[in-house]
Design a protein around this ligand. Structure first.
Ligand SMILES: CC(C)(COP(=O)(O)OP(=O)(O)OC[C@H]1O[C@@H](n2cnc3c(N)ncnc32)[C@H](O)[C@@H]1OP(=O)(O)O)[C@@H](O)C(=O)NCCC(=O)NCCS
Length: 158
């Protein structure tokens, strides 16, 4: 049973192009990004990444199954509307092929323990088979750790 389905289309229609980004791209500062190889863009997951091979990429990590565009949009909106943001899915786009060739997720987990703190976890790191061995996995991990440190400044991240 879809969670948001009746509202998904109208929410998507009313969202501007920045509203179609999973999270505010300004948190990926130049300090967080560091040196990104030429021809690649590191950015938040975008709703249009459904058409840029995002699910094919994830299927190189684990089973994805038959996820329709509607299911993708709905899940995207659920993640996008967490408050404060809990899902930072950071992707690498190959600018020449316009395909998503890398992805990793920083998940912010809210706790009662440790004085009602929260924890950042890096999950679902995957690099396209044709792009492996170029330190892109390491790049995404480094970026997510730097992002977690920045976010931790205002969230009391463990
Ligand atoms: C694991 C994965 C993300 C690595 O991406 P990559 O861009 O090829 O890795 P890098 O080039 O950044 O390698 C960084 C380091 O990790 C090591 N490494 C790469 N893949 C590894 C693996 N599967 N197991 C252990 N170490 C690995 C490299 O040898 C390298 O070590 P070095 O710095 O000492 O030379 C990629 O192989 C992949 O997508 N695999 C399928 C999905 C997966 O298993 N994801 C991880 C679980 S969440």
């Amino acid at each position: 049973m879809p969670l948001l389905q009746p509202h998904v289309e109208s929410i998507l229609k009313s969202a501007g192009s920045s509203g179609k980004s999973l999270f505010d791209a300004s948190v990926l500062t130049s300090e967080v990004l560091g040196n990104v190889p030429e021809g690649l863009a590191v950015r938040p997951l975008h709703i249009a990444d459904f058409d840029k091979g995002y699910l094919d990429l994830l299927s190189q990590l684990t089973t994805v199954g038959p996820v329709t565009r509607e299911q993708f949009n709905e899940r995207f909106l659920v993640m996008q509307h967490t408050q404060p943001t809990a899902y930072y899915v950071v992707v690498i786009e190959d600018e020449s092929s316009q395909k998503v060739v890398g992805s990793a997720t920083l998940v912010i987990e809210w706790k009662f323990i440790h004085s009602a703190s929260c924890r950042g976890r890096v999950e679902d790191v995957v690099i396209d088979a044709n792009m492996r061995g170029k330190k892109l996995g390491a790049l995404l991990n480094r970026i997510l750790v730097a992002l977690a440190k920045n976010i931790g400044g205002f969230l009391k991240l463990l």
